[in-house]
Design a protein around this ligand. Structure first.
Ligand SMILES: Cc1cc2nc3c(=O)[nH]c(=O)nc-3n(C[C@H](O)[C@H](O)[C@H](O)COP(=O)(O)O)c2cc1C
Length: 187
């Protein structure tokens, strides 16, 4: 079982990364944590070459190898801080650029397993909308949805550690991910 956890926060050690890593920790098998905040990533230019030529995305940056990792993994955990009730720009770049996977080989992510991790402000709002965006991405790629956790983060890095119920849900989510990977790989 190979599971990747991606944090869309520009703060690579931030609250979202902490919660994604907590989920990964309970996964038994090969795992990899990828903080987008560290990487050279760019938005989709809608050049349409992936559509027309059925090739991988022509933009040569870090999203290229991350898309290959998405193809290779059994399950993915996509994390994002809630920014104006939506995903961070960093995660949105990855979601949009995944259109090349859809064009290159339609269905190449079908029946992989996906989960969503979101952090929002103390007393904040909008995390559920961020989860919905990630869930819509999974639906588009026919990825099996395992569930989500919305944690209380905020400006202070590490604050999410005080959200014990979110940590407990993250561990349970890891269990559900492993269960679904076993089910979807059977036969
Ligand atoms: C540009 C920006 C927009 C934000 N918008 C929201 C919001 O709509 N709702 C909310 O609850 N928190 C909002 N926040 C707070 C972050 O979601 C919160 O601090 C999050 O835990 C930060 O995650 P990180 O530590 O992984 O960077 C916003 C923060 C920033 C920087």
């Amino acid at each position: 079982m190979y599971v990747i956890g991606i944090s869309g926060s520009p703060r690579k050690e931030g609250n979202t990364s902490i919660l994604v890593k907590e989920t990964l920790k309970s996964i038994k098998g090969e795992k990899r944590f990828i903080p987008l905040g560290d990487l050279n990533i760019n938005p989709c230019k809608s050049c349409d070459r992936c559509w027309k030529e059925k090739i991988e995305c022509v933009i040569k940056d870090d999203i290229r190898w991350i898309l290959r990792e998405l193809k290779r993994c059994d399950a993915m955990i996509l994390g994002s801080p809630c920014y104006f009730k939506s995903v961070s720009a960093q995660l949105k770049m990855l979601l949009d650029r995944s259109v090349s996977l859809y064009s290159e080989k339609k269905g190449c992510l079908t029946n992989k397993v996906g989960a969503a991790i979101v952090t929002q402000d103390v007393g904040g709002w909008g995390g559920a909308l961020v989860v919905q965006t990630i869930r819509d991405f999974y639906d588009t790629h026919r990825i099996v949805y395992a569930g989500s956790v919305v944690g209380v983060g905020g400006e202070k890095i590490g604050h999410v550690k005080k959200d014990k119920p979110a940590f407990e849900r993250a561990r349970k989510l890891a269990g559900r991910i492993m269960e679904l990977v076993k089910l979807t790989k059977r036969g």
